[in-house]
Design a protein around this ligand. Structure first.
Ligand SMILES: [Zn+2]
Ligand SMILES: [Zn+2]
Length: 172
């Protein structure tokens, strides 16, 4: 019988860190030679996006209309991959951001707000240029590629209902 040294298998060596655990790490990563910033950076709301969200979505609470005590809310939560870009930001008063009917405490309110943004900007409303790049939908993660992609998504979202009506007419 041998009690010699038995190194771990090749497979086990390659899979030292489970994929799930790797994804949860809040660290910068490389994807196809590009550096992808860490999650906490991508969820941050920059001044430019904050101002653009105010301009596009209105300087008032989405739930009650007050203009007092506004807070920027991530429509898709950061914990669910939502980023800090203006398409994912809506303003709520602090009562509606933290109170009983806040999207953070009421599942229905959260989903309703997500649906509003999906209908406005398409299914990638919550994403940033790195998400779109990693999904293989743009060749490089530049602001220009991203904005062109999102403009097309917005156009598609706007005409989605009309498309549904047209195909219904064509087939029935
Ligand atoms: Zn409110
Ligand atoms: Zn929030």
């Amino acid at each position: 019988m041998s009690f010699g040294f038995h190194p771990i298998s090749k497979e086990a060596q390659i899979r030292k860190v489970p994929i799930k655990q790797r994804k949860q790490n809040n660290k910068p990563e490389l994807h196809k030679g590009r550096l992808i910033p860490k999650r906490s950076v991508r969820g941050r709301i920059m001044k430019k996006d904050y101002n653009e969200a105010l301009r596009r979505h209105g300087e008032y609470c989405y739930l009650c209309g007050t203009t007092v005590g506004l807070e920027a809310h991530h429509v898709r939560f950061r914990s669910n991959g939502g980023r800090g870009g203006w398409r994912n930001i809506r303003f709520l008063c602090n009562e509606h951001h933290r109170g009983k009917y806040s999207p953070h405490r009421d599942e229905g309110v959260r989903r309703a707000l997500e649906t509003v943004h999906e209908e406005l900007y398409g299914p990638w409303y919550w994403a940033d240029r790195y998400d779109i790049f990693k999904a293989g939908l743009i060749p490089t993660p530049t602001e220009e590629c991203f904005e062109r992609f999102m403009a097309e998504e917005e156009r598609k979202a706007r005409y989605r209902n009309i498309d549904v009506d047209c195909s219904a007419n064509a087939y029935f």
